[in-house]
Design a binder for this molecule. Structure first.
Ligand SMILES: [Zn+2]
Length: 264
């Protein structure tokens, strides 16, 4: 869709939100589910942002189709008002939805329909995300999201929703590992699995400071957002790679490609 001429910044953001209305997502999800039904092919639907498309996934699962789905923290904690306020830095697709839709989306996380939560980390250079250089139509679509992924989810799940932190382990680790065939190496704290552990201080406060992002860009719509629950020690394959918000220099290059063990 082409942006209309002579629109104010706020109107352009409104246009962007309207152009990515829930029906665009609904039709896409429905098409993919129909293809899964016809072909028997397995599908994993990413970034489900709205209860209407989550309901399609739920019905597909009830039907016995090989369909799984993921949502992201920004659909569970942020709304279109946030996009209207922040502009280009908050551009992602699908966009954040209305408050009542955001609240309803939680039901589908809790009943297991949306069995995975991903960061949808999409690193962009500053000039691609800045309100000064890009309007919402020409800005990069995606958020510098990974660094505050766990702190944000911890705050949402444990402090705001008063739910068990085991939900986080389930949707960010166990379920994705099962779905992507990594269970056996990843997804549980078991004998024979990789020694991957994140220790979280549940009360340690965090504030998003975009200047301190380790990723490519330093423009974050979450600048100034705060909560409680911070990782204090991260261990990958038995080795401490980060502690108290700092990477260990000697851990650079420690990452390896993780190939599937077997698909479930
Ligand atoms: Zn994405």
């Amino acid at each position: 869709m082409k942006a209309k001429k002579g629109r104010s910044e706020k109107e352009k953001i409104r246009d962007f939100l309207d152009a990515h209305d829930v029906w665009t997502e609904y039709v896409a999800v429905k098409n993919v589910i129909d293809m899964a039904r016809i072909t028997g092919g397995r599908v994993h639907i990413c970034h489900v942002s709205h209860p209407m498309s989550a309901q399609l996934v739920k019905e597909a699962i009830y039907e016995g189709l090989p369909v799984t789905a993921e949502t992201c923290p920004h659909y569970l904690g942020y709304t279109e008002e946030f996009v209207l306020e922040k502009g280009a830095p908050a551009k992602c697709t699908p966009p954040m939805r209305k408050k009542e839709d955001m609240e309803k989306l939680w039901d589908y996380v809790l009943d297991g329909t949306l069995s995975c939560i991903g960061s949808d980390h999409s690193p962009a250079a500053d000039e691609e995300k800045d309100n000064q250089t890009k309007d919402i139509w020409s800005a990069w679509g995606g958020l510098n999201a990974i660094q505050y992924f766990l702190p944000m989810m911890f705050d949402l799940v444990v402090h705001k929703k008063q739910l068990s932190p085991t939900l986080i382990a389930k949707v960010m680790d166990y379920n994705p590992a099962k779905i992507f065939g990594l269970y056996g190496k990843k997804g549980a704290f078991e004998l024979g699995f990789d020694g991957d552990v994140v220790i979280v201080d549940p009360e340690k406060p965090w504030i998003c400071d975009q200047k301190k992002l380790f990723t490519k860009g330093h423009v974050s719509c979450f600048e100034g957002e705060s909560g409680k629950g911070s990782p204090i020690c991260t261990i990958i394959r038995g080795k401490v790679v980060a502690e108290n918000g700092r990477y260990k220099e000697e851990a650079f290059g420690h990452g390896i490609f993780v190939s599937p063990v077997k698909f479930q």
